[in-house]
Design a protein around this ligand. Structure first.
Ligand SMILES: Nc1ncnc2c1ncn2[C@@H]1O[C@H](COP(=O)(O)OP(=O)(O)OP(=O)(O)O)[C@@H](O)[C@H]1O
Length: 334
């Protein structure tokens, strides 16, 4: 059993540090597609993400918390231009594509890989992607989790489709290439519950989950929203063969531990949510190695604060349960 370390955490609500965070790099995004399947140009702007409630192990319930609020969105940062490439995979919430950076970038504090991932929210699932964006932002503010156990994130962007020619709306955009079926609205989240306390004590300028426009968001079928998350690109996803390899399992156990020590419960931990680390992955300060795997897909994640919880209880609460059926180590085909 690994010894439980007190997590080192530091938060700031002052905005992204342009010297450190890839989330500060871009305010606007253009995605061009010119493939046999799609031909379009989308112009998107950075959008607010969807905060989670804070989970408390005492009482096992969710609470409002003034540190669990929407993060500031950079307004005057650079423009990112991408050319859509091949499909990487799709799940319930999104469909991911590789994309090439197709216009020169200004000098930034960290080099941007020439190939990135665009994760499009499937039609009507923008709120779920907004939650995932918040988790990437939350983790980005915990030193040395982005770029070691999760891919770095370059932001969450949205636009509506009113400006596209009607022939391109909305069923011939990437989200429809996977299947023809579209849910009427996004999936419920674990913390979609009424919290007991009032918001009076939280300054009104702080956007908590209840105050977020995403909390009551409903898709508008007449003017669908397009939402994308831009991520570093990892490699192939974890499979049954990887699951037999003790070294792979050790690596996965370590990254799960690191995620738990950030107070993040993944909420949907499966083989398809582990990918080979991006080539830019840095040395993990806890394990003194470059992890070979990264965790992705945080649209059902929730958080707790290890600073105020009894740590063993908290670790049990957020641990994805690799000793239980349905998670890492459990092979549904056997
Ligand atoms: N950063 C990335 N690097 C490499 N591949 C990725 C990346 N993000 C997503 N993918 C690929 O796209 C697939 C779908 O992405 P993801 O799991 O995030 O979608 P989802 O709709 O949220 O899935 P789920 O049904 O599990 O909620 C992944 O299984 C993976 O193969």
């Amino acid at each position: 059993m690994e010894r439980v370390r007190k997590p080192k955490r530091s938060f700031s609500l002052k905005g992204e540090d342009s010297n450190l965070s890839t989330l500060s790099f871009f305010s606007t995004l253009t995605i061009n597609a010119d493939t046999p399947e799609f031909s379009f140009r989308l112009d998107l702007k950075r959008s607010e993400s969807f905060p989670a409630h804070r989970f408390s192990c005492k009482g096992y319930w969710f609470h409002s918390d003034e540190r669990y609020t929407a993060f500031p969105v950079p307004k005057d940062s650079a423009h990112l231009q991408l050319q859509l490439g091949e499909s990487l995979g799709a799940g319930r919430t999104g469909t991911a594509y590789s994309a090439q950076v197709s216009a020169p970038l200004p000098q930034l504090s960290r080099p941007v890989p020439s190939e990135l991932v665009v994760k499009f929210a499937k039609l009507n699932h923008c709120r779920n992607l907004a939650r995932e964006a918040w988790i990437y932002n939350y983790l980005d503010r915990i030193p040395q989790s982005s770029g070691t156990i999760i891919p770095r994130c370059y932001g969450f962007f949205t636009t509506t489709l009113t400006e596209l020619p009607s022939a391109k709306r909305p069923y011939d955009l990437p989200w429809s290439s996977v299947d023809g079926e579209h849910a009427k609205r996004d999936d419920d989240l674990w913390d979609d519950v009424e919290v007991e306390e009032s918001l009076d004590e939280i300054p009104s300028e702080l956007i908590t989950k209840e105050r977020s426009a995403w909390n009551s968001w409903v898709p508008d079928s007449k003017n669908p929203l397009v939402a994308v998350l831009i991520l570093e690109k990892g490699g192939p996803m974890y499979n049954e063969i990887d699951d037999e390899d003790p070294l792979v399992k050790k690596d996965i156990k370590q990254i799960i531990r690191d995620l738990s020590l950030c107070g993040v419960a993944h909420g949907d931990f499966r083989m398809s949510n582990l990918v080979r680390s991006p080539t830019t992955t840095e040395v993990c300060p806890h394990h003194k190695c470059v992890h070979k795997w990264n965790i992705i897909d945080f649209n059902r994640a929730w958080v707790l604060d290890l600073g105020v919880e009894c740590i063993p209880d908290a670790i049990v609460a957020v641990d994805p349960g690799y000793r239980q059926p349905g998670f890492y180590g459990w092979n549904p085909s056997k």
